[in-house]
Design a protein around this ligand. Structure first.
Ligand code: HEM
Length: 534
């Protein structure tokens, strides 16, 4: 922007007025009415009351009063950028998704990075999971890969999500502590939820305090399916690998940076993109079939497990480049609505119970957050391909069916029609079983992969995990909660449990937590992998 050097004129009360002249547009109300004076409300006499008739004043204040919308119930603090996804080679063998048919094809993209637990005004370097949500505006509609920078999750069933988030965010009576501070509720919930142990190892590791959003991996977490033109299914995991590599800061650095510059991550992304240093990620896929899935001790539907990259090397299928900041933070980054249910034909879900729940939750929360079922009319959420349907009306409707037909089938040669060939088709998996609230016994091993992750870390990184656990648990006031966490650590690594117990000054070592499946010597040494260290 250029500096406006017009000399302001003084009004009768000494206030400064800048008036329109030359190419400067005239200030108007939202209704387009020109405004004569934006410094003084309409009064009876210079020192008299303001009159209700002042429509300009009323409109301006009313609009301001309504500026805030609810922040996201999770992932409230985030920062986004535009860019594109470029396909390397055709993947027609695996999927009929249009985005993967042609080498060199570029698809517009919008990405929002976020922290999970902190509110909208919290600090960037909190110890937390980072959201990594990608919206791909494909020729077959929007495809959202709503992932995190950690490949597994805390819980196995979406019904536990409200409990997890309640325990992680502020307590209802005190409204503190915030995101990065350990507290009894969070560790109480975790200690009673052993399935969270693998994720806890990642969250206590350096992964949870990235140096920059540009140095972070992303993961779709769940197992999805790809379906080819014959509707043949291949399981898939989505991974984003940063071209710059993976880097974190140490906890004492994070604490200092948060104090000096709580906007450190967003500033870094803003500066990099404005300087033309466009961050880039490669999309990699882990592809496997049912027989391969069946060969694991764990269940590929369990979101607390990952498939080690050494066991199943990912293949690179494209790159994501972020090259433009939004023009307006609120319009784009705040109003963008990602949802796991947005998949193009050729991509399908698995029965992962966390994914199934997410497919319900995002649409629901966004209707509330953005205030209307018509949130897809907001430009950042609208598809960039042609789209037609008979949805109509509702709050803030920007588009309605054109012409007479707003239903189908109809006898008028109007309106869109369904397409069995082009349309989305689900994989025809055969399902049967008792209707009951169940958890599969194949979900029962909560410690093996936690241990694999821990032993994959080098001694310095292992020291950071022990220090993080010690720091967090030292904030927990209730001894039994500390002991319960240590009892889980005993099922992961004796050395780690010992270090934490000593540092906390536990009088006696607790017994290892009950494990539903054996936790020692159950994996061949070759499987004790250095997971995800590349
Ligand atoms: C928001 C990831 C589990 C409900 C988000 C966002 C990400 C994300 C990245 C931020 C999107 C944005 O930038 O706007 C994940 C991952 C999960 C997970 C990777 C597990 C693997 C769940 C579950 C639920 C859930 C189980 C509920 C059943 C929500 C809600 C929002 C959200 C309600 C706020 C959305 C909005 O207001 O726009 N999640 N999430 N998430 N997530 Fe999840």
């Amino acid at each position: 922007a250029t500096i406006h050097d017009q000399k302001p004129q003084r009004g009768e009360g000494g206030e400064l007025h800048q008036t329109a002249s030359g190419s400067t547009p005239v200030l108007t109300t939202a209704q387009g009415g020109p405004v004569s004076d934006d410094q003084n409300s309409l009064k009876i006499g210079a020192r008299g009351p303001t009159v209700l008739e002042d429509f300009h004043f009323r409109e301006k204040i009313f609009h301001f009063d309504h500026e805030r919308i609810p922040e996201r119930v999770v992932h409230a603090r985030g920062y986004g950028a535009h860019g594109y996804f470029e396909t390397y080679e055709s993947l027609a063998k695996y999927t009929r998704a249009d985005i993967f048919q042609r080498a060199g094809e570029k698809t517009p993209a919008f990405v929002r990075f976020s922290t999970v637990a902190g509110n909208k005004g919290s600090a960037d370097l909190a110890r937390d999971v980072r959201g990594f949500a990608v919206k791909l505006y494909t020729r077959e509609g929007n495809w959202d890969i709503v992932g995190n920078n950690i490949p597994v999750f805390f819980i196995q069933d979406a019904i536990k999500f409200p409990d997890l988030i309640h325990a992680a965010k502020a307590e209802p009576n005190s409204d503190f502590p915030q995101a990065q501070t350990a507290h009894d509720n969070f560790w109480d919930f975790i200690s009673l939820t052993p399935e969270s142990m693998h994720m806890i190892m990642w969250v206590m590791s350096d992964r949870a305090i990235p140096r920059s959003l540009r140095f972070m991996e992303g993961f779709g977490v769940h197992t999805f399916r790809l379906l080819n033109a014959k509707d043949e299914s291949t399981f898939v995991k989505f991974l984003w690998k940063p071209k710059l590599g993976l880097q974190s800061v140490a906890w004492n650095e994070a604490v200092k940076i948060n104090g000096a510059d709580p906007d450190f991550h967003r500033r870094d992304l803003w500066d990099a993109i404005h300087a033309g240093n466009f961050p880039e990620w490669e999309l990699q896929l882990q592809l496997f079939d049912q027989a391969f899935a069946d060969s694991f001790d764990f269940d590929i539907l369990d979101p607390t497990k990952l498939i080690p990259e050494e066991v199943l090397p990912p293949i690179a299928v494209g790159r994501l480049v972020l090259d433009r900041m939004p023009d307006n933070f609120f319009a784009e980054t705040e109003q963008v609505a990602f949802m796991t249910q947005n998949v193009p034909p050729g991509v399908d879900f698995s029965n992962d119970p966390l994914l199934q729940g997410r497919n319900f939750s995002y649409l629901d929360t966004q209707i509330k957050r953005l205030g209307s079922t018509n949130f897809t009319h907001i430009p950042i959420n609208a598809p960039k391909c042609p789209f037609h349907n008979f949805q109509q009306d509702g709050h803030m409707a920007m588009r309605n069916p054109v012409g007479r037909a707003n239903y189908q089938p109809n006898s008028w040669d109007e309106g869109p029609r369904e397409s069995p060939q082009k349309g989305f088709r689900s994989f025809a998996e055969v399902e049967a079983g008792p209707k009951a609230r169940l958890r599969s016994e194949t979900f029962a091993d909560h410690y093996s992969q936690a241990r694999q992750f821990y032993i994959s870390q080098d001694p310095v990184e292992q020291g950071h995990i022990a220090a993080a656990l010690t720091f967090e648990l030292s904030k927990v006031q209730t001894p039994v909660i500390r002991e319960r966490v240590v009892s889980h650590l005993l099922n992961i690594d004796d050395g780690l449990a010992g270090k934490v117990a000593d540092a906390l000054g536990l009088k006696a070592m607790p017994k290892p937590a009950d494990a539903a499946v054996p936790t020692r010597g159950d994996l061949p040494a070759s499987d004790a992998l250095s997971i995800l260290k590349n």
